[in-house]
Design a protein around this ligand. Structure first.
Ligand SMILES: NC(=O)c1ccc[n+]([C@@H]2O[C@H](COP(=O)([O-])OP(=O)(O)OC[C@H]3O[C@@H](n4cnc5c(N)ncnc54)[C@H](OP(=O)(O)O)[C@@H]3O)[C@@H](O)[C@H]2O)c1
Length: 270
């Protein structure tokens, strides 16, 4: 089993735990008896979740509010986590957001910050905690990638590129970890009913997509945790998601890019 057993002297670090998939990862890991370290910007939500999970499961929960787009705040967070009483046995790099529109028309600051949250924070936290896991011969990392990472996506260019990084980095490191007792799993959801599309400024995007693709945060989190338990390299939370990923890998770009542009423009009414 790649997911370490619950241990009062250890904790599962979850970024983006204040909403959506991150909150569900926290609930489900807590139900398995794991202590938690929750990170996001909205402190009040993390405090409320921490209180609920301590009371329900008798686990230890630590909370850190941090803007992962802020270089200095990330450095302070890593320092505080390293100085913490409990070792990080499980790292869930989940925080992230997207945007929709033509890159040259989107606010540059938010696009650049997206790279810091979706890519740099995941990379830095992995660099900070993976070496100790390997030294101990035990640990699990779950990176939340996306189906968006399997092909370039016009009108969603930065987001798809960040998830391309997550998917590729995770598969490569997972292979390097063979035989170490530590696993890295990349979870690749399609559309999930969370605050994601609201944050991206496109309202109820899931509602405008084929129903068979839409999943709940709870089922996606469950697939990710089961993937960690099994020590899997890549997890699709359903068969349809797996099929879409394979299509993204195989369809020639000369066909995919114009088709994707048309679909995006129709879906987004642009
Ligand atoms: N929903 C989908 O359709 C979908 C599909 C594929 C992959 N994903 C991926 O799944 C992951 C979770 O997304 P979700 O769907 O659960 O979206 P969500 O409901 O919007 O949750 C996003 C989480 O990320 C945190 N976050 C965003 N910016 C942050 C920042 N600057 N600093 C710290 N935390 C930040 C948010 O916390 P605060 O706002 O409190 O900081 C929140 O907890 C993301 O990596 C996303 O790319 C989502």
């Amino acid at each position: 089993m790649a997911l370490p057993a619950p241990d009062p002297s250890a904790t599962c670090l979850i970024t983006g735990a204040s909403a959506g998939i991150g909150t569900e990862l926290a609930r489900q890991l807590a139900a398995r008896g794991h202590g938690l370290t929750l990170v996001a910007r909205r402190r009040e939500r993390l405090d409320a979740l921490g209180e609920e999970l301590r009371a329900r499961h008798g686990i230890g929960v630590e909370v850190h509010d941090c803007d992962l787009a802020d270089d200095a705040a990330r450095a302070r967070l890593i320092e505080a986590l390293r100085a913490g009483e409990r070792r990080i046995d499980v790292l869930c790099n989940n925080a992230g957001y997207g945007s929709f529109g033509r890159f040259h028309e989107l606010p540059a600051e938010s696009e650049i910050a997206m790279v810091r949250v979706n890519v740099v924070a995941l990379h830095e936290l992995t660099a900070a905690f993976l070496p100790d896991m390997v030294r101990r011969g035990s640990g699990a990392v779950l990176n939340v990638g996306s189906l968006a990472g399997f092909q370039p996506q016009p009108h969603n260019a930065t987001y798809a590129a960040t998830k391309g990084f997550v998917n590729s980095f995770s598969e490569a490191v997972a292979s390097e970890l063979a035989g170490t007792g530590v696993s890295m799993t990349v979870l690749c959801p399609g559309p999930v009913a969370t605050e994601f599309s609201q944050v991206a400024g496109v309202g109820d995007l899931e509602g405008r997509l084929p129903g068979f693709m839409a999943q709940s945060a709870a089922e996606v989190a469950r697939a990710g945790i089961e993937g960690m338990v099994a020590g899997r390299r890549m997890v699709f939370p359903g068969l349809a998601q797996n099929a879409v990923a394979q299509a993204g890998r195989l369809v020639p770009r000369s066909l995919l890019l114009p088709a994707w542009t048309r679909i995006a423009e129709r879906t987004l009414d642009r």
